[in-house]
Structures are given as C-alpha cells and as structure tokens.
Design a protein around this ligand. Structure first.
Ligand code: GLN
Length: 267
C-alpha cells in the first residue's frame, strides 16, 4: 500500500484533550498503519480558525478526554469553528473516534452542575449531565455486534462524572461486563453510528483493543478489510488488562481459551 498519499489523521486539540494517555491512541493508529506499509500523517487541529482548513484535508479524526475546564474551553471553538467541516467529512464517511470528554462533546448538549446547557457537535443523538458521582475504575464491555469485531470484548478504564444518555434509536458501543459505563445504571457504554464512535474507555483504548484501531483505519482508507499483522504483543496486553478488570484473584479460577471469555476450570 506504499506510494499512495499518506492518510491524514486529524488530532483534535492535542494539548487540551489528552487525559490519561489518550495520545496513545494516535500512536497505535500510526504504528498499525506503518506496519502495513500505509503512510499516516498526524495533523494537529488546535484552537482557532485555521483548524477548519486543516480538518478539511483529513481522512479521519480523533479527540481525547479532558478536564472539565479544558472541555469547556474547546467546546465553543469545536462547535463554532470546526463543527461544519467535521459534519461534512463524517457525512462523506470519515471516521471520528472520541473518548470521554470528546465523546460528551459529540452530543446535542452537556448540562453542567449549575444547569448551564453547553451545546455539542450534534453528531450523535445523546446528551450528558454533570453528576456528583465519579464513575471510575476498570471498564470491560461486550461490543455491539454491528461492529463485527472478531473478539467483542473491549477493555480499558473510565474516570468521569458526566452521565451520558443516549436518545431514541442510538446504538451503544456495547454493554458493561465490569465497570460503570455511560450512567452507572443503564449498562450501556459509549455510542456509535456509521463512522462516528464515542466511548468512556481510556486505556489508552486502541493499543489494548487493536481491532477497534483497525476499524478506524479501514474507514479512513475506505477498505472492507486490512492485511493481517502480528499483534501478539497487543493481544497479550489485552489479556492482562482483562485479568486486571476481572480482579486477579477471580481470574486465578479461570482459564482463557483462545481469545475469548474465560471458562471455569474443572475443580
Ligand atoms: N470532564 C468530563 C467528566 O468528568 C470528562 C472527563 C474525562 O475526559 N475523563 O465527565
């Protein structure tokens, strides 16, 4: 796949929206592209009007998590100056992956603790409400079958006080097996529609869930499938993260068969 124009990955607000190592998602995308001979150029899209032109030249986008203050600071810039071009690019099939605060900004609005309604991008029919409860810890979900992942478990950790409510007809990214998810009650985690995907999974997400990284790459390239690569390292990191999420002591009673769920070892 060499010789073609490199993919351009629009990294939205790399300085402000990079919580808990979310920049590791960018590194995963770059490396999994490079190992397939695909050039991938990271295009930082920061505050200010020139970001819209830079976004117009990108094949796909990523926005990470951020503290409340940083999230508020980028919200107006994102909606006013980048919103239109992102909606256009996504309507043409560009993938947009958003984590935590980035996920919250994909919705119609965010309701602060003071009751202020901060508008969102409106790319997904959902909204978020600030809460006094902090939802934090390891997070493991079973991904929606529509994503057609060979191994549907997605693993990482979460740390957010906002609770996200999906509106009628919006599909969650998956359902919680361990952890809190969107509200701590609904068992839903994240959301996705067509080429837009949001989640509370930090980790960073993609190094531990390589199939999701390939989901983004496939869409950005407009390909049905990608050539396989040896990702045994990622897969062992993933199994370790699953063990941590299931608490090591519980895990000692289980044996992993293949890459799927553990089964009880005969006593
Ligand atoms: N500030 C948002 C919240 O606490 C998102 C935090 C994050 O990105 N981890 O809900």
């Amino acid at each position: 796949m060499t010789g073609e124009e490199p993919l351009r990955l629009g990294h939205l607000y790399p300085k402000e929206m990079n919580l808990y190592g979310d920049r590791g998602n960018i590194l995963a995308m770059v490396l999994r592209a490079q190992r397939r001979g695909i050039g991938l150029e990271v295009v930082p899209i920061s505050m200010g009007a020139d970001g819209a032109d830079r976004a117009a030249s990108c094949s796909g986008f990523f926005i990470g998590g951020g503290q409340d203050l940083d999230q508020d600071a980028v919200a107006e810039d994102l909606i006013q100056l980048k919103g239109e071009v992102l909606r256009q690019k996504v309507s043409l099939g560009a993938p947009l992956l958003a984590v935590c605060a980035g996920f919250q900004l994909l919705g119609t609005h965010y309701l602060t603790a003071a009751g202020t309604r901060i508008p969102g991008l409106g790319l997904l029919p959902l909204h978020t409400e600030a809460s006094r409860q902090r939802l934090v810890g390891n997070l493991m979900i079973t991904a929606d079958p529509g994503l057609e992942l060979q191994d549907p478990i997605l693993i990482g950790f979460e740390n957010h006080s906002g609770k996200t409510y999906l509106h009628e007809g919006l599909t969650p990214l998956g359902y919680v097996m361990h952890g809190q998810g969107n509200t701590g009650q609904s068992r839903q985690e994240g959301a996705w529609r067509d080429t837009v995907l949001g989640t509370y999974l930090h980790g960073p997400l993609l190094p531990k869930n390589p199939e999701l990284c390939d989901w983004w790459l496939r869409l950005a390239l407009g390909l049905e499938c990608l050539p396989p690569i040896d990702d045994s390292l990622e897969r062992s990191a993933r199994l370790e993260a699953i063990a941590v999420a299931q608490r090591r002591d519980d895990f000692s009673r289980f044996r992993l068969l293949g890459r799927g769920l553990p089964t009880k070892r005969a006593r």
